[in-house]
Design a protein. Structure first.
Length: 163
């Protein structure tokens, strides 16, 4: 029986260690909402919700902030942790002297591994989505999306209502 071919996650023949900005999305396994806590806050105007990072979310936050300590040629320019996924903009700036320059796959794999080790089991979906950012206009559009994403969580394509 022939199995369907999996779509390639990475752009064929592209060197993901070369200088540039990359938009990364990593989802939790089965899109479980485990990275935020939900606290109901009652205000004078009406009931509204306030979100904070869960224990898992705080571990993920620390791991993301550690990427540029492990890989000195990679900078985390911006990131946002959502209930069941994270978005990051990774910037690679190699000076050309490294024999084995890190790729975005190495950085993501390392970060996922650190989180898995600290939690004791994996919380991640296999692989991740990447997008090569091509120009300032696209970069600014992605930044705006990341900044407004938490405010529009219930409209997000990854939104899954907890039962």
């Amino acid at each position: 029986m022939d199995l369907p071919k999996r779509k390639q996650n990475r752009l064929a023949n592209y060197d993901y260690s070369q200088n540039g900005a990359y938009f990364i999305t990593i989802c939790t396994k089965d899109k479980q909402n485990i990275l935020w806590n939900e606290t109901h806050v009652v205000g004078a105007s009406s009931a509204r919700q306030k979100y904070t990072l869960s224990d898992c979310g705080r571990i993920v936050d620390t791991a993301i902030m550690g990427i540029d300590k492990i890989y000195t040629t990679i900078t985390i320019d911006k990131y946002v942790i959502m209930p069941n996924h994270i978005h990051m903009i990774l910037v690679i700036e190699n000076d050309g002297r490294a024999l084995h320059a890190p790729t975005i796959s190495h950085a993501v794999q390392q970060m996922k591994g650190i989180v898995t080790k600290q939690i004791g089991h994996t919380i991640w979906q296999k692989s991740f989505h990447d997008h090569i950012i091509r120009g300032e206009k696209e970069y600014l559009k992605i930044l705006e999306y990341m900044e407004t994403n938490p405010l529009k969580w219930e409209l997000d394509c990854y939104y899954i209502k907890e039962i």
